[in-house]
Design a protein around this ligand. Structure first.
Ligand SMILES: [Zn+2]
Length: 399
C-alpha cells in the first residue's frame, strides 16, 4: 500500500514480502478515563490492522502501557492508592472502553515495568558506544552524538529545543552537556518507585521504554510505527536515536504514521484544558459503529474536530448500511454485484489509508444495494461485499 511517512515527508510504497506486518503503536499512561484522543489512535490503527488482515497479511501489533509516569504517580497519591493498583485498574478500563468500540486487542500490551532489565541493557550499550553518559545517578542521551537527531521533526536546533521545552524538557538541568540531551535513567523522587541499576536506584525515562519494547517484541526493524502527532518530537525522534545504535539496524522504522490531534470547538482536546469528551459518554447516545465512522470520516493525519453532528451523520450511514442488508429482495432480476464501489473502497485504503473516501464508497455500495433490491435485482453477493467491507472499518454491530 502507499502510506505517508512522517520521516521522509513523502507518500511511499510499502510492501510486506514476508506476509507479516510489524506494527507498534504508542499507547496510554493508564490513570484516567478514555477520551476521544485515545479512541482515535486506537480506532485508526485497529482499522489499519483490519485492512492489512483483509489483504491476507499477518499483523503483529504491539502497544505499550506507560505504567511508570508522573501523571500516574500524582493521581495515585491524590487518591491514596498504590500506583500499581491504579495502573492495572485503568489499563483494564481502557481495554474495556476500546472493546466497546470494537477495537481488537493488540498481540501484546507491554507494561513499562515489565522491561526494566531490557531497558537497562540498552542504556548500558548506549553508554559503551558513546551515545550516552551517566552523571549523578542519571543517564542522558547525548543528542549531539547522533548526526540525524530530530530529523523526523524537520526543523533546526532552535526549533527542536523550543519543541522539547514545550513538552517538559528541562534545558537548565546542570548535569546535561547540551540542553537537548534527554533522560534515559533518572533517580526517583522519595515517594516514587525505584529499581536498582548500575547508576543508582531510579527509574527509566519515557522514550527508552518504547524503543526497547518495540525491538524486544518485534525485532530491530518495525514496519509501521504509529502514534499521535504530538509524539513526533521529542518522543519518536528519541526512539530513533536510541534504537538504531542499540540494534545496529537502520532504519528502525520503515514508515512513521501519525494520527492528527483531536479537537473540540477548534481547541485541542486536553486534560489540562478540561475540554475532554469521553468514549463511554458518546457511546451512551450513539452506536460504536457510528463513533468509529465519525473518527474515520476525517483523514487520519488531519485534526479531528469532534462534533455531535458528525457522529449523528455517521449514525445515518450506519442506518443506510443496515437498510441495505435488510431490504426485502425479489431475485428475479439480474444480479447486482456492487463491484465498482467495492473496488473504490479498497483503492481508497490502498491510497494512504484514505478512510473518508472508503466510507463514501461503502455508503454508495449500500445505497446501490437498496436500489437494486427495490428494482428486483439479486443482491446476495453485493450484501456479502458490504458485510466484509463494513467489518474492515470495524462496524461489527451492523451485521
Ligand atoms: Zn511511545
Amino acid at each position: 500500500m502507499r502510506l505517508y511517512n512522517t520521516l521522509s515527508r513523502r507518500v511511499e510504497e510499502l510492501s510486506f514480502p514476508s506476509g507479516e506486518v510489524k506494527l507498534y503503536v504508542c499507547g496510554v499512561t493508564p490513570y484516567d478515563t478514555s477520551h476521544l484522543g485515545h479512541a482515535r489512535v486506537a480506532v485508526v490503527y485497529d482499522t489499519l490492522r483490519r485492512y492489512l488482515e483483509f489483504r491476507g497479511l499477518r499483523v503483529r501489533y504491539v502497544q505499550n502501557v506507560t505504567d511508570i509516569d508522573e501523571p500516574l504517580f500524582e493521581r495515585a497519591r491524590r487518591d491514596g492508592v498504590d500506583w500499581r493498583t491504579l495502573g492495572a485498574q485503568q489499563t483494564q478500563r481502557y481495554l474495556e472502553s476500546m472493546a466497546r468500540l470494537h477495537v481488537a486487542k493488540a498481540e501484546f500490551y507491554v507494561p513499562a515495568t515489565s522491561v526494566i532489565p531490557q531497558m537497562q541493557a540498552v542504556i548500558e550499550r548506549l553508554i559503551a558506544q558513546g551515545y550516552a553518559y551517566a552523571v549523578n545517578g542519571a543517564v542522558y542521551f547525548q543528542a549531539a552524538a547522533d548526526k540525524h537527531f530530530g530529523a523526523i521533526a524537520h526543523t533546526d536546533y532552535a526549533g527542536l529545543l523550543a519543541m522539547a521545552n514545550e513538552m517538559g524538557n528541562n534545558p537548565h538541568d546542570p548535569h546535561k552537556r547540551d540542553p537537548l540531551d534527554f533522560v534515559l535513567w533518572q533517580p526517583s523522587q522519595p515517594d516514587e518507585p525505584a529499581w536498582p541499576s548500575p547508576w543508582g536506584a531510579g527509574r527509566p525515562g519515557w522514550h527508552i521504554e518504547c524503543s526497547t519494547m518495540a525491538t524486544e517484541y518485534l525485532g530491530p526493524q518495525v514496519d509501521i510505527h504509529g502514534g499521535g502527532a504530538d509524539l513526533i518530537f521529542p518522543h519518536h525522534a528519541c526512539e530513533i536515536a536510541q534504537a538504531e545504535p542499540a540494534t545496529g539496524v537502520a532504519p528502525f522504522v520503515r514508515c512513521w504514521m501519525h494520527t492528527g490531534l483531536v479537537a473540540l470547538g477548534g481547541t485541542k482536546m486536553s486534560k489540562s484544558l478540561g475540554n475532554m469528551v469521553f468514549v463511554d459518554d458518546v457511546l451512551a447516545h450513539y452506536s460504536p459503529d457510528a463513533l468509529r465512522l465519525a473518527i474515520l470520516s476525517y483523514p487520519y493525519a488531519e485534526p479531528f474536530e469532534y462534533t455531535v453532528e458528525r457522529v449523528a451523520q455517521a449514525e445515518q450511514h450506519v442506518q443506510t448500511m443496515r437498510a441495505a442488508l435488510l431490504a426485502p429482495t425479489d431475485t428475479t432480476g439480474k444480479e447486482f454485484d456492487g463491484r465498482e464501489p467495492y473496488a473504490q473502497f479498497l483503492q481508497a485504503l490502498e491510497d494512504d489509508f484514505d478512510t473518508p473516501r472508503a466510507i463514501l464508497a461503502l455508503v454508495a455500495l449500500a445505497q446501490a444495494i437498496t436500489q437494486a433490491a427495490a428494482a428486483g435485482q439479486g443482491v446476495a453477493a453485493a450484501r456479502q461485499a458490504l458485510r466484509d467491507l463494513s467489518q474492515v472499518l470495524g462496524c461489527d454491530s451492523i451485521l
